[in-house]
Design a protein around this ligand. Sequence first.
Ligand code: EPU
Length: 338
Amino acid sequence: MEGKKMISLKEFNTFGVQATTPLFNEVKTSLALQEVIKNKNYDNALIIGGGSNILLLEEFSRPVIKISIPGIRIINESDNMAVVSAGAGVVWHDLVMWCVTNNLGGIENLSLIPGLVGAAPIQNIGAYGVELSDVFFNVVAIHRKTGHSRIFEAEDCAFGYRDSVFKQELKDEYIITTVRLSLTKKNHVLNTSYGNIKESLDEMKVKNPTIDDIAKAVIRIRRSKLPDPKSLGNAGSFFKNPIVTQTETKHLLEQYPNMPYYSIDDTFGKIPAGWLIEQAGFKGAKNGNVGMHTNQALVLVNYGNATGASLWEYAKKVMASVKEKFGIELETEVNIIL
Ligand code: EPU
């Protein structure tokens, strides 16, 4: 799919906003990707996977490379562990289901996270007490300037909360083509402690959960709270949960004794952005076609034909309100693309 006329990106971003590109190329192999990036016209191309973590603004006019590299296989195994290798273009949830079906444990809590495998390490996706970095083996990535392929081990990736080297020092320098995960074949370490997983398992009448039960519980919770981008344009959590000092948290707790927070260490903690946004009065609030979701205030929603600019304007209004009420600066989790 390549040509001179402008190509619409509406179906390539889960917000479903209108934006166009003059050059679009979909690649299905690393070799094809290496060929495309040799072409100078693609120097500043936006690399997209599932388009589930981007907000495109109308002024956008860069070329686009869509990564559709397929394939899931086991490349190494012992009695207890298996290393699973997946192409960057595999749908993340399909990989989770493949692993659960093959009784490989470690990513069941990450069921139903939108997007493709290649994007998962970039923001170190996480949910319900598990982060990608917990099961990470390594990734293969192509250097955009030279076209060389490089392996990044965990220690090269500087994983943090929704963060990695690919969002920091190496931002836009590498394109991930393969992700490898180290998963358990037996004695799975089940993570049922987060939020309402236990409650959900109880409702499902499960006493001794398997990884399949956990996946099902997570799917139930996510479906009940988070809107499906197929029916309502959104990109999951729009903001990150802000990291604040324990001193600041203590101060806020005096004013808001019911404020939820997670301690990170002796110095820092995280406050759920959804709670801050709800307290600021934005849960379920709408302005025309734009609003914060009714069941999870952290999710910015396109209720109709909203533009990227109007979504961004609304998000900035939410940020200003939270700043005014709590003195906390929210940071976006979603990438705002110009
Ligand atoms: N809360 C509110 N109001 C809201 C939403 C949440 O008061 O509108 C409160 C809840 O009552 C709870 C706390 O905030 O006490 C945490 O809520 P929740 O368990 O829904 O998780 P979260 O911190 O809002 C994070 C991730 C989600 C992930 C869930 C579950 C971030 C930015 N978001 O949300 O990730 O699914 O935990 O692990 O860290 C995503 O990245 O797209 C995403 C959905």
